[in-house]
Ligand binder design. Structure first.
Ligand code: AMP
Ligand code: ZN
Length: 461
């Protein structure tokens, strides 16, 4: 679903065979909660579906480690940097905090089988690109230096502002109180936003610039890094629904004015996730992490299946019951797959695979895909065909459905392989005394040896 055109659009890459995707990443001042992860999964599903249809995908996801202020969801932003606030609360260096939560983000993605992006640019390492973007926008008269030394984007210089969210400038009228704030902030128009903020008294996470020391506005990073890494045409841009405005609206204005063209072809937003019917927020103590799911004994991929049971473009409610139910279903499917694997492999069930492919290609209708699999599980079809269909569809689902196939033999203890080799040689030389002695030595290591016409076989006790 394209948020800007408000329609389900066919996605055809601008470069044949290559889909370019930019995903707004985490602000690394805390652990990602299961709502954030639902949004990150959306990008993974787009990527897997595109790859299954034969496209190569180039995916960039940013790491926001500077510039995202506490109240950045307002048009104006004068709040404190989220990272600096966390650093103060934890009494640590802001970049230590940032790297810690960045690592945690990657760990969570891996637990959910979200395949890694091609690049994870950190905002703090792309300041030069951002300065070039800001300078370019000033040159093209889309931006100006405010009376407070910050650089502002002139919202009125971009006539199609509001196309994504429907928040047109004329609807964003400032009241009298905001008028006063506008003047105090040093900008000319209430809906203008800071591309580069003057440092003021701030000493940490500050960089030099042609406009004096400061730091980038949150929206600046996504324009600069996406343009540098993916170019001036980007097929798909993803994020959570709250980023529609102002983040993506402002990013679109910046990128389009800088590049002189519509940069992002499709904006795709994931709706929010509630947990036990409530918004997830720290203040109400209602924040659930992947580690909480694991601590309750659930496979993290049960969380992934629970997400798939609801469609990305609808607000979803997750509960402990839903996760437990998904965990059961996942175990059942894995056991079924292992059981079917005992039978000879057969071609995929064509009707089912077609329906599954269609479900994914129809704007990621994952609940329908799950329903199709429930039907296939029970269908009167050869086990080998069900097996192949489940294994194939797992490339979309990412649920490790083959996990229970075949028992992986326990590894040999250290030194056992040398004894086994020695014993095989002793038997070849008909040295039965040595062979028996070596059998006892192996038994002492917990390795049981059996002699068969095909040679010796071993198992770990
Ligand atoms: P943040 O780390 O706060 O910048 O957020 C990372 C991503 O999670 C953004 O794309 C947000 O839009 C998204 N997000 C935030 N809250 C939720 C939620 N409850 N459900 C789904 N996505 C969310
Ligand atoms: Zn972004």
């Amino acid at each position: 679903m394209d948020t800007r055109t408000r329609q389900v659009e066919e996605i055809t890459p601008s470069t044949p065979g290559l889909l370019t995707v930019y995903a707004c990443g985490p602000t690394v001042y805390r652990y990602a909660h299961v709502g954030n992860l639902r949004t990150f999964l959306l990008t993974d599903l787009i990527r897997r579906t595109a790859e299954q249809s034969g496209l190569r995908v180039k995916l960039v996801q940013n790491i926001t480690d500077v510039g995202h202020l506490q109240d950045d969801t307002a048009v104006d932003s004068t709040g404190e940097d989220k990272l600096l606030a966390a650093a103060r609360a934890e009494n640590k260096d802001p970049f230590v905090i940032a790297r810690f939560y960045e690592d945690a983000f990657h760990t969570d993605l891996a637990l959910l089988n979200v395949r890694p992006a091609d690049a994870y640019p950190r905002a703090s390492e792309w300041i030069d690109s951002m300065l070039r973007l800001v300078a370019g926008l000033i040159e093209k008269e889309h931006a100006y230096v405010g009376t407070d030394g910050s650089v502002y984007f002139a919202a009125q210089s971009f006539p199609s502002y509001g196309a994504i969210s429907g928040n047109r400038l004329e609807d964003l009228r400032a009241g009298h109180r905001e008028d006063a704030e506008v003047l105090a902030a040093g900008k000319r128009f209430h809906a203008d936003w800071a591309l580069w903020k003057s440092a003021g008294a701030q000493r940490e996470m500050v960089w030099d610039s042609p406009w004096g020391p400061g730091f980038p506005g949150w929206h600046t990073e996504c324009s600069a890094m996406s343009l540098e890494l993916l170019g001036t045409t980007i097929d798909v841009h993803t994020g959570g629904i709250d980023l529609r405005f102002p983040h993506h609206e402002d990013e679109r204005a910046q990128s389009d004015c800088f590049a002189g063209r519509e940069v992002v072809r499709h904006w795709v937003h994931g709706e929010h996730l509630l947990f036990e019917n409530r918004k997830m927020s720290k203040s109400t103590g209602n924040v659930v992490l992947v580690s909480d799911v694991a601590a309750r004994g659930h496979d993290p991929l049960a969380l992934r299946l629970a997400y798939l049971q609801q469609r990305y473009r609808q607000q979803a409610n997750l509960s402990w019951d839903a996760i437990a139910g998904a965990d059961k279903l996942l175990s059942r499917w894995r056991s079924a797959v292992a059981e079917w694997a005992e039978s000879p492999s057969k071609p995929m069930c064509a009707d089912y695979s077609t329906e599954l492919r269609e479900a994914f290609e129809d704007d990621l209708d994952t609940p329908r895909a799950v329903q199709v699999l429930r039907r296939l599980e029970k269908a009167d079809l050869p086990a080998g065909s069900k097996l192949e269909t489940f294994l194939w569809v797992d490339a979309y689902l990412g649920l490790d459905l083959a996990r229970d196939i075949g028992k992986v033999p326990a590894a040999l203890p250290v030194g056992a392989q040398a004894l086994l080799d020695e014993r095989a040689a002793a038997r070849d030389g008909k040295d039965f005394a040595a062979s028996d002695r070596l059998r006892d030595e192996l038994a002492a290591l917990g390795v049981v040896v059996k002699d068969t016409p095909a040679g010796q076989e071993w198992s770990v006790a």
